[in-house]
Design a protein around this ligand. Structure first.
Ligand SMILES: *[C@@H]1O[C@H](CO)[C@@H](O)[C@H](O)[C@H]1NC(C)=O
Ligand SMILES: *[C@@H]1O[C@H](CO)[C@@H](O)[C@H](O)[C@H]1NC(C)=O
Ligand SMILES: *[C@@H]1O[C@H](CO)[C@@H](O)[C@H](O)[C@H]1NC(C)=O
Ligand SMILES: *[C@@H]1O[C@H](CO)[C@@H](O)[C@H](O)[C@H]1NC(C)=O
Ligand SMILES: *[C@@H]1O[C@H](CO)[C@@H](O)[C@H](O)[C@H]1NC(C)=O
Length: 231
């Protein structure tokens, strides 16, 4: 009877652990959509885009659930007229194709806010702000109807002239948001500057998975040990 109770307790602890983990994950995803009240209006560019791409609106976000990959992800973010004075922590919206930050009194935005936003192809800003990464990171950067509109990200890796970058040998350049790029090692190379050739470092890839297994093991060990003592 006592052992059964302990097993139940262990199961509950693990369940709680997972519930907390998923609840936190869910919460952070919602935060960016609820940075201010209101919802995406169908009269705004983001709203029209959302309707035309059959997205689901939630707060200030437009979400797409393409049934090939399970989690829903943000494709549009409408934070216009949101009383924002500074912008940071938009990382949950890094999958967005379209972001509207117009009608806010924002003095400046760090370029790093959009680091990793590789799909962002339409960004509306208050007219005082430059396009992130500079004009050369966009096909079109202009003031239109009182807003700065940055359209179609340029591939920084594939430009002739002053903006082209060289990645180290054995690595490939890939765009990583307006003005950003990353060098990833070519097949079969890894390590600092991709100098090492050979097997892929499994520890790196399976690191987070391994860590949670260790955590659960410790949890089990502690609870089981307590059970052994009490018997
Ligand atoms: C995705 O779901 C829609 C309807 O919800 C369906 O019409 C479509 O065929 C599905 N696509 C795939 C790849 O399953
Ligand atoms: C901005 O929001 C305020 C109230 O939140 C509203 O009165 C005003 O009409 C909005 N402006 C625009 C251009 O939507
Ligand atoms: C951005 O604005 C804040 C205050 O509005 C200021 O403290 C900061 O130095 C500015 N940063 C840049 C890079 O201009
Ligand atoms: C970027 O382009 C806009 C509009 O064409 C222009 O007003 C602005 O001066 C340019 N900025 C830079 C840094 O070249
Ligand atoms: C660079 O861009 C051109 C067209 O814009 C494309 O044909 C070419 O394949 C690209 N090269 C690389 C290395 O991506």
């Amino acid at each position: 009877m006592r052992a059964g109770y302990c097993q139940l307790k262990t199961a509950l602890v693990i369940l709680t652990f997972y519930l907390c983990f998923y609840a936190t994950h869910q919460l952070t995803e919602l935060q960016v959509c609820n940075l201010c009240s209101g919802t995406v209006s169908d009269r705004t560019v983001v709203g029209r885009f959302c309707t035309s791409s059959a997205g689901r609106t939630e707060g200030r976000c437009c979400l797409r659930n393409d049934n090939t990959s399970n989690p829903e992800y943000i494709i549009g973010l409408d934070l216009s007229n949101c009383s924002l004075t500074c912008v940071e922590g938009l990382q949950d919206a890094s999958t967005a194709l379209m972001i509207d930050l117009s009608l806010n009194s924002i003095a400046n935005i760090s370029d790093s806010v959009f680091e990793g936003f590789i799909d962002l192809n339409y960004l509306v800003l208050p007219p005082n702000l430059p396009c992130p990464g500079g004009n050369s990171s966009w096909e079109k950067a202009e003031v239109h109807e009182g807003n700065r509109v940055c359209q179609v990200q340029r591939n920084i890796c594939n430009q002739t002239g002053q903006m082209s970058f060289n990645c180290p040998e054995n690595s490939l350049c890939a765009p990583y948001g307006p003005g950003f790029f990353e060098c990833s090692c070519a097949d079969n190379y890894h390590g600092y500057k991709c100098l090492r050739e050979g097997e892929f470092p499994a520890l790196l890839v399976f690191g987070p998975l391994g860590a949670s297994t260790v955590l659960i093991s410790i949890l089990l060990w502690v609870t089981q040990r307590r059970k052994a003592k009490s018997v």
